[in-house]
Design a protein around this ligand. Structure first.
Ligand code: SF4
Ligand code: SF4
Length: 387
């Protein structure tokens, strides 16, 4: 098998992983990866494998998240699952300046925009759009695929998203463990990864090695730049066992059979009021969700009247203002807003995009301050119909 073949599998060590990062940097990519920061796993640009959260694992439960030291010597590079941030923030940034207008000496305004290829930071400045994501999990690959449908399919594609997506290099990592809040197996989005990546890694913590598979021509070309050995059947068996362990650790589930009809047919179910009594409408679940995409657009200007701008920012269906129409909000109660979110996510999304909007990452469970669990709420509707 030649070194540039898609589907090629090799075994690489930590030094070779660093070599991959160096090669990406030489090609102008900013490598973004999990890092341990402020007691949680965040996603940030890294300069080397020393920035990865090696030796950490996460403990998650409804409304609870902790980082703890893992028990593997010398420590697992990818021993955590998903943190509060998702890759969405780099493809669909939380705040984007759509245009800026500046008054000129002659009194006219000149309007400028960052352009389709550029991303904008919080000040609206253009950043490099060549980015490599290292450590993308199975559920997150599916979330990116869902957002591709939302932003790129249909009659009005988001040109900024499409440009960023086209220049993003994806290095996926198969999970060897699951958090208590994960349910990707039930949603059929993981933990095994079959496609959608440029490179796929499965970590062998005991020997500080990785099974590496190229999923694209540019992935194969990158893999060919580092020292590696051909993978054996034993290596593949070890990788399969790691993924099977991650699947077996998952205890949460959603019965997706007829979930669309179960939710759409029961808008007056008392469960909505019950969950609404607990919900704080804080919007955390929508901010951490890797597929939620709603935004609001606002205009602003400086006090001198010299500069004006239009900004697009993430919004949440849990705010009153989100559904404000003539005369006020059409979803005034907590129950109505939770029902909107969950019914959209698990049912109406299918009508809109031909796919569900939940990938089973569990973030909305972990980061809900009162521990509302989407699998538990969905289970009530399942039980109601089955009774
Ligand atoms: S709804 Fe919850 S579990 Fe599903 S993708 Fe969003 S954050 Fe993850
Ligand atoms: S379900 Fe939880 S995270 Fe979502 S808005 Fe309500 S209280 Fe906040």
């Amino acid at each position: 098998m030649s070194s540039d073949q898609i589907g090629q599998t090799s075994v690489i060590d930590g030094a070779a992983l660093q070599g991959l990062l160096d090669a990406l940097a030489a090609q102008g990519y900013t490598v973004i990866a999990p890092v341990a920061r402020d007691g949680a796993i965040g996603l940030e640009p890294i300069s080397g494998i020393g920035d990865l959260p090696r030796g950490w694992t996460d403990v998650q439960a409804p409304g609870r998240y902790r980082l703890e030291r893992d028990h593997c010597d010398p420590g697992t590079y990818f021993g955590t699952t998903v943190g509060p941030q998702s890759w969405k923030r780099f493809l669909h940034p939380p705040r984007q300046v759509l245009w800026t207008a500046r008054r000129q000496d002659d009194g006219d305004f000149v309007v400028s925009s960052p352009g389709a290829a550029g991303t904008t930071d919080r000040h609206g400045d253009t950043e490099s759009s060549r980015q490599a994501f290292l450590g993308v999990r199975a559920c997150e690959l599916h979330a990116i695929a869902i957002q591709d449908r939302v932003f790129e399919d249909g009659p009005f594609p988001d040109v900024g998203y499409a440009a960023r997506r086209a220049t993003t290099f994806l290095i996926a990592v198969q999970c060897g463990q699951a958090a208590e809040t994960c349910f990707c197996a039930a949603m059929k989005t993981g933990p095994a990864i079959a496609s959608g990546f440029d490179l796929l890694l499965t970590e062998f913590p005991a020997r500080s090695e990785f099974l590496a598979e190229a999923g694209s021509a540019r992935g194969a070309a990158l893999l060919a730049k580092v020292a590696r050995r051909p993978a054996t059947e034993d290596d593949h068996a070890t990788a399969r066992a790691a993924v099977a362990r991650a699947a077996a650790m998952q205890t949460r589930t959603i019965d997706t059979t007829r979930i669309r009809e179960r939710l759409q047919d029961q808008p007056q179910h008392p469960q909505w009021e019950s969950v609404g009594d607990r919900c704080l409408t804080c919007g955390n679940c929508t901010m951490v969700c890797p597929t939620c995409f709603c935004t609001a657009v606002s205009d602003g200007s400086d006090l001198s009247g010299e500069t004006a701008w239009r900004v697009r920012e993430w919004d949440s269906c849990f705010t009153l203002s989100f559904s404000h129409l003539h005369g006020g909000s059409v979803r005034r109660t907590n129950a109505a807003r939770y029902r909107q979110w969950m019914t959209h996510k698990l049912a109406n999304w299918v009508d809109q995009f031909g796919t569900g909007g939940c990938v089973g990452c569990g973030r909305c469970i972990t980061w809900c301050p009162v521990g509302i669990d989407i699998t538990e709420v969905a289970g009530v509707f399942t039980a109601a119909e089955d009774a």
